[in-house]
Ligand binder design. Structure first.
Ligand code: ATP
Ligand code: MG
Length: 673
């Protein structure tokens, strides 16, 4: 099996594959190393990735991005309504509890949930990867997620991956992936008692993430994280868009924002201008045929740009301060600041972050590909396929999680809640909770500080019913242990529950060593440790209990498998549409090719009668091909017509081929003699 890591970006995704000599970030079907994160629904089929970006300009209403920002969220979610809507032209709707999109596909109105949209896109990335690997199956994968993703968002990612036929070995936080790529290649990391502390800043298309990570030989530990969920390149583009739309109202008397097409063209121009401003003090803006046949042009100084994005720039220190505070480190304990993400090229951001730390920044990681590389390395660490250097990842969860329960009537001084995971708790980790119960009971998990999680996401994570609880042999409370686990994906589960009982056991226990008894050279082996047999009380696992879990995030297995089926149908329909188009083109090509050869290469090999018959057949097929029927026929109709022409043309081709090969055969014979 293959070893694959995918940075699922909001603007574009990057795919890494592990090879014997290292990690390669691969190119897609148009040789780009980043694939647009877009899904488009067409008159016949879907277009995904690059094809969706191409289709977008003429099909706004049915093209959608922001895939990662929508999964696991509801239609009513204020961040969806207030923020994401600004970047989406398609119609958002409620899709059975999750936000979704209403589109026209093959002439029919259809609704797809955000999870399905992400799955469609992941299928495309899977196919791109498989093609690169010579058709090999792609299943094991590590996918990146923003570090600020909640349980529901992570579960939605896992569902999407499953629908796409992928097996995520781990969901890995963007900044942790970058940190892994940084650490695993370093041969000069210090010992654990004096670790190297590095800050990673990832400023992408839609969000800005900061992690403080300590490195020592063979391991990394995330000490603190913070993020501004709505801070990235798209916000800069939007500020520019609004500026120029305003300018053109006066200058050209056009209202760009009233037209999705013009808005799109201007936004693309703004993004280009923004990139030029990263390296130049002044940049031109030229958009041909913006609207109403107007070729719009303007320019902008870098200072003016910085003025336009000043409300954003003012927020730049907030995550830096928060992550640093959580890490417990001071600025002078920071060894270096690694910058990644496309927007980390903006000079105003670089200056401010550098000023904050009072240090120059480092750009040693590949700004665009660090996350994909890190995910691929993480996949290699988890997969048996490659031997990689031992490197432990101690990641952390950003949010505290508490568990609540109803007080048992007969356990008077019991609390009813407990914060089980504090912010910055390691991922993965397991906590065991103890309860005294005579009957079944329920636990509920919530984010303990709802204000910290993305607005609009339900802080309630799930409900867990512990079943099979009975009084103990004396009719008293059973001691119930419940295992809570934050797994490798950063997802919470109550993995197991069981009762324990106290038993008295005879056990050999060490007796406090008499220092005088030790050999003078301190060799402990020489003097056998003294022990004695004592009766000790021990807790012993007695009976397993069952847990029925219900989550706010993720979908029921039956829903996921239904969606998988739908995806399978859409996939084969897309394939059929492509194959049909391919056979149609083959028929057209055949008609032109054979007709021209009749007057040329086949001249000596056809009778007048044959030629007339073949020509008539070719002309008839051409006429059909350009008729309404031939324009839009089934794959088998094209194949049948290709076959029927081949029946007539075949013997002619054979004669010609034989003649061409005869001199060659003769000369081969001569040489052999
Ligand atoms: P996210 O991490 O938010 O999900 P992403 O991973 O897709 O998104 P990146 O690929 O890191 O995002 O960055 C893309 C953003 O970087 C775009 O907004 C793009 O315009 C911006 N960008 C790329 N190059 C430059 C540049 N030279 N100057 C300014 N911005 C740039
Ligand atoms: Mg990114």
């Amino acid at each position: 099996s293959s070893v694959v890591g995918i940075d699922v970006g909001n603007a574009s995704s990057k795919i890494g594959v592990a090879r014997a000599r290292g990690v390669d970030v691969i190119a897609n079907e148009v040789s780009n190393r980043a694939t647009p994160s877009l899904v488009s629904f067409g008159q016949k089929a879907r277009a995904l990735g690059e094809a969706a970006a191409t289709a977008q300009t003429s099909n706004f209403k049915n093209t959608i991005g922001s895939l990662k920002r929508l999964v696991g969220r509801t239609f009513q979610d204020p961040e969806v309504q207030k923020v994401e809507k600004n970047f989406i032209n398609a119609e958002l709707v409620d899709a059975k509890g999750e936000v979704g999109v209403k589109v026209r596909l093959a002439g029919e109105e259809q609704t797809f949930s955000a999870t399905q949209l992400l799955a469609m896109y992941l299928v495309k990335l899977r196919d791109t990867t498989s093609k690169e690997l010579g058709g090999a199956g792609v299943s094991d994968v590590v996918l990146s997620t923003p570090l600020w993703f909640t349980d529901a968002q992570r579960r939605a990612y896992l569902d999407a991956a499953e629908i796409a036929g992928l097996n995520p070995l781990r969901l890995l936080n963007d900044t942790t992936a970058t940190a892994l790529g940084y650490g695993i290649t370093k041969t000069d990391l210090p010992e654990a008692d004096n670790p190297r502390n590095v800050v990673f800043c990832d400023i992408g298309h839609s969000s800005y993430q900061v992690a403080v990570v300590s490195f020592s030989k063979g391991q990394l530990t995330v000490l603190g994280t913070a993020a501004d969920r709505n801070f990235g390149g798209r916000d800069f583009d939007r500020a520019l868009l609004q500026h120029f739309a305003e300018e053109f109202k006066g200058k050209y008397k056009i209202d760009v924002l009233s037209s999705p097409k013009a808005t799109f063209r201007l936004a693309a121009g703004c993004e280009r201008l923004k990139k030029v401003l990263s390296a130049n003090a002044l940049a031109p803006l030229n958009v041909e045929n913006l609207m109403e046949d107007i070729d719009a042009s303007s320019q902008l100084k870098r200072e003016e740009f910085e003025q336009l994005i000043s409300p954003l720039l003012e927020r730049i220190n907030v995550p830096l301060e928060a992550a640093l505070a959580q890490s417990g480190l001071s600025k002078d304990q920071i060894h270096s600041i690694e910058m990644v993400g496309g927007s980390s090229r903006v000079p105003a951001l670089k200056e401010r972050i550098s000023t904050f730390f009072g240090k120059p920044l480092s750009f040693t990681s590949n700004q665009d590909e660090a996350v994909a590389r890190g995910c691929t390395l993480a996949c290699a660490v988890l997969s048996p396929v490659f031997k990689v250097r031992e490197f432990s990842i101690h990641d952390a969860t950003p949010y505290s999680i508490k568990v609540t329960w109803d007080k048992a009537a007969d356990v008077p001084d019991e609390d009813t809640e407990l914060v089980v995971f504090q912010p910055n708790n390691p991922i993965p980790s397991t906590k065991i909770l103890t309860f005294y119960r005579k009957e079944n009971f329920d636990l509920e998990a919530h984010y303990a500080a709802p204000a910290q999680i993305p607005e609009g996401i339900n802080p309630w994570i799930g409900k867990f019913s512990i079943k099979g609880v009975t009084p103990n042999a004396e009719g008293d409370h059973s001691i119930v242990k419940v295992k809570a686990r934050l797994n490798l994906h950063g997802v919470l589960n109550f993995e197991s529950a069981y009762t324990v009982e106290e038993v008295e056991k005879e056990e050999e226990v060490p007796v406090a060593a008499d220092p005088a008894a030790m050999d003078t050279d301190g060799d402990k082996d020489a003097a056998a440790p003294k022990t004695e047999v004592r009766k000790v009380k021990k807790l012993q696992r007695k009976a397993d209990l069952s847990i029925v879990s219900g989550f706010i995030g993720g979908k029921d297995a039956s829903v996921v498998s239904e969606m998988k089926e739908v995806e399978g149908q859409l996939y084969s329909n897309d394939k059929l549409v492509i194959d049909t188009e391919d056979r149609k083109n083959a028929l057209e090509e055949m008609i032109y090719d054979q007709r021209s050869k009749l007057d040329d290469r086949y001249k000596l090999f056809v009778t007048a009668e044959e030629k007339e018959k073949y020509l008539a057949a070719l002309n008839a097929q051409e006429e059909w091909l350009y008729s309404d029927e031939g324009e839009d026929a089934t794959k088998s109709a094209y194949v049948e017509r290709i076959d029927s022409l081949q029946k007539i043309g075949g013997p002619i081709q054979f004669r010609e081929k034989e003649f061409q090969e005869r001199p060659r055969a003769a000369s081969a014979l001569r040489e052999a003699i």
